[in-house]
Design a protein around this ligand. Structure first.
Ligand code: GDP
Length: 363
C-alpha cells in the first residue's frame, strides 16, 4: 500500500520526499515496510494514541505508517519512452494511489521545464501521460479480448467495458471518472491502469503563503481541479516542511506556532494519504504498547485480527470492542463494561475506525 509521488521536474518532489524521510518512522517497529532509498515510511498522526497510552500506562506508542514512493522521471512524452519513460510508468503502476505535486511557487532561479509556472498546464501534461500509457494498455487487452470473445460469449460484458474505457481515454478523460458497477471496477483494477488510481493533489506553495488561509491564484487552480474530479487536495510548502522535519518535537511546536500553524503540512499530507488509500485504524492498548493498526474500510474482525498475527485470524473466537469515544467518556475498560459499552463481536463484525480491541482466539 504505497503512495507514489509524481510531478514534473523542479516542482519540489525531492524536497518533499526529503521532508518525508527526515520525519521518518523508526524502521525497527515496522519490519514489514520496504527499506529502499526511494521509499519513505512515516507515522500517521493520531492523538488518540497518547490518550490511550496514558490510560493504560503503555511503555510505548506505535502509530500506523504509510509508505511514500519517490517516482522521478515523469516528463512530457514519458508514455512514448522519453526520459525514464516506461520505467517510470512501471513504477507508478506499483503504487496504490498517486500524490501529484504541482508547482505553485514562483522563483526565477529555479527553471520550470515549460518556461513558466502554470498549474493547469502542468496537471494536463501529467494526466496526458497517464492517459496515453493507459490507452496503450487498454488497446493491447482489447485486441486480445476481441479474439477470445468470438469463441466465448460470456466475455461480451468485458469487451464492452474495455471499449467504453478506450473511448473515455480517447476523449482525454481519466479512467477514474467512469461510472462503474462493482464487477466492472474489479475487472479494471486487474489491469492496474494509472488513471484509475486515486489521486491527491499537492499544491507546493511559496514560503510567504504559509499561515494564510486564502489560496493564491495558482493554488486555487489546483484546488478547483481536485474538487471537479472529487480528488483530495492539500497545500504544502515543501521547502519549509523539509526544514521542520529536521527539528525535534519541542522546536517543531515552537516553529509551527511562529508560522501561525496548528500542524505541519506534512501531517496533513500523511493523513490525507491514509484516507486516499482507503485505510482506517483500529486500536490496541495495554502496558506493552498503545498501537494503531491500519486496515481497509470494510474489513471483518477475523481479518483485522490477522493483521496482528496470522494465528489470531486462524483461531479467531471473538473480538472484545469498545469505541474510542465511549472508552474516553467512561475513563476505563471496567467502567465501559459496567455501562454495557464493551461489546463482544463475532466473525461477521465490520471493523470501525477507533475501535479499541482485544481479540479472543484459540491457539
Ligand atoms: P523535483 O525535480 O520536483 O524533485 O524538485 P526539487 O525538489 O529538486 O526542487 C527544485 C528546486 O525548487 C530546488 O532548488 C528546491 O529547493 C526548490 N523548491 C522546492 N520546493 C520549494 C518551495 O516550496 N518553495 C521554494 N521557494 N522553492 C522550492
Amino acid at each position: 500500500m504505497k503512495l507514489g509521488i509524481v510531478g514534473l521536474p523542479n516542482v519540489g518532489k525531492s524536497t518533499l520526499f526529503n521532508a518525508i524521510t527526515a520525519a521518518g518512522a523508526d524502521a525497527s517497529n515496522y519490519p514489514f515496510c520496504t527499506i529502499e532509498p526511494n521509499v519513505g515510511v512515516v507515522e500517521v498522526p493520531d492523538p488518540r494514541l497518547k490518550v490511550l497510552s496514558d490510560m493504560f500506562h503503555s511503555v510505548k506508542i506505535t502509530p500506523a505508517v504509510v509508505e511514500f514512493y519517490d517516482i522521478a522521471g515523469l516528463v512530457r512524452g514519458a508514455s512514448k519512452g522519453e526520459g525514464l519513460g516506461n520505467k517510470f510508468l512501471a513504477n507508478i503502476r506499483e503504487a496504490s494511489a498517486i500524490v501529484q505535486v504541482v508547482r505553485c511557487f514562483e522563483n526565477p532561479n529555479i527553471v520550470h521545464v515549460d518556461g513558466s509556472v502554470n498549474p493547469a498546464r502542468d496537471i494536463e501534461t501529467i494526466e496526458l501521460e497517464l492517459i496515453l500509457s493507459d490507452l496503450e494498455m487498454v488497446e493491447r487487452n482489447l485486441a486480445r479480448l476481441e479474439k477470445l470473445a468470438k469463441a466465448d460469449k460470456k466475455l461480451a460484458p468485458n469487451l464492452e467495458l474495455l471499449r467504453r474505457t478506450k473511448e473515455t481515454l480517447e476523449a482525454g478523460k481519466l479512467v477514474r471518472t467512469l461510472e462503474l458497477n462493482n464487477e466492472e471496477k474489479q475487472y479494471l483494477r486487474g489491469l492496474n491502469l494509472l488513471s484509475d488510481k486515486p489521486m491527491l493533489y499537492v499544491a507546493n506553495i511559496a514560503e510567504d503563503e504559509i499561515g494564510t488561509t486564502a489560496l493564491s491564484e495558482y493554488a486555487q487552480v489546483v484546488c478547483d481541479h481536485a474538487k471537479a474530479e472529487g480528488a483530495e487536495f492539500v497545500t504544502i510548502c515543501a521547502q519549509i516542511e523539509a526544514e521542520i522535519a529536521e527539528l525535534d518535537a519541542a522546536e517543531k511546536a515552537e516553529y509551527l506556532q511562529a508560522l501561525g500553524l496548528k500542524e505541519a503540512g506534512l501531517d496533513r499530507l500523511i493523513s490525507a494519504g491514509y484516507r486516499l488509500l482507503g485505510l482506517i485504524s483500529f486500536l490496541t492498548a495495554g502496558e506493552k504498547e498503545s498501537r494503531a493498526w491500519p486496515i481497509r474500510g470494510g474489513t471483518l474482525a477475523p481479518q483485522a485480527a490477522g493483521t496482528i498475527h496470522s494465528d489470531f485470524e486462524r483461531g479467531f473466537i471473538r473480538a472484545q470492542i469498545v469505541g474510542y469515544d465511549d472508552l474516553i467518556a467512561c475513563g476505563s475498560i471496567a467502567e465501559a463494561k459496567a455501562k454495557g459499552l464493551l461489546r463482544l463481536e463475532g466473525k461477521e463484525y465490520v471493523m470501525q475506525d477507533g475501535d479499541v480491541v482485544e481479540f479472543r482466539f484459540n491457539v
